[in-house]
Write a protein that binds this ligand. Structure first.
Ligand code: DGP
Length: 135
């Protein structure tokens, strides 16, 4: 399935139907620019527009999934494996393996997900502190 014939009728777990006009869909279609740092068959990675760390990159699957629930339920093992290999490849490309880094994926309202296309944030470039600011 390529970007021109996404199946948007697929059932979605968690967050409702996929919105093909969301900002990351528009980036994938080339309608909006991004500061791209990595791309393969499964994933696209680019710098976050509002960085929260010296390195703040977003990695997104190239197919239309709203959330991790949607992605893991609907995507093929090849797509899922390819995507997470891409996350690792991006960290390696950015020389973050030795100093370390953090990945994070926000899901739904409690997760404060703003863009309804599944994505992983990758943070690094300084000690990142504890996992959550407060509890
Ligand atoms: P989340 O809350 O997990 O859905 O985070 C969405 C992130 O996407 C947020 O950190 C800001 C970023 N973002 C929003 N719009 C754009 C955009 O047009 N370009 C880029 N590069 N990042 C964006």
């Amino acid at each position: 399935m390529n970007i021109e014939n996404w199946n948007l009728d697929m059932p979605v777990a968690g967050l409702g139907p996929y919105d093909p006009q969301n900002i990351f869909a528009r980036i994938l279609r080339g309608e909006l620019p991004c500061n791209r740092i990595y791309e393969d068959d499964y994933a696209l990675a680019f710098h976050d527009i509002h960085p929260r760390a010296p390195v703040h990159v977003l990695i997104i699957p190239k197919l239309p999934y709203v959330s991790l629930a949607d992605f893991t339920a609907q995507a093929s093992p090849e797509q899922i494996g390819g995507f997470f290999k891409a996350v690792g490849a991006v960290a390696k490309q950015l020389n973050l393996e030795a100093p370390g880094y953090r990945i994070l994926a926000n899901m739904g309202a409690h997760g404060h997900q703003e863009v309804p296309h599944f994505h992983v944030h990758l943070f690094g470039g300084r000690p990142l502190g504890p996992m959550l600011v407060e509890f």
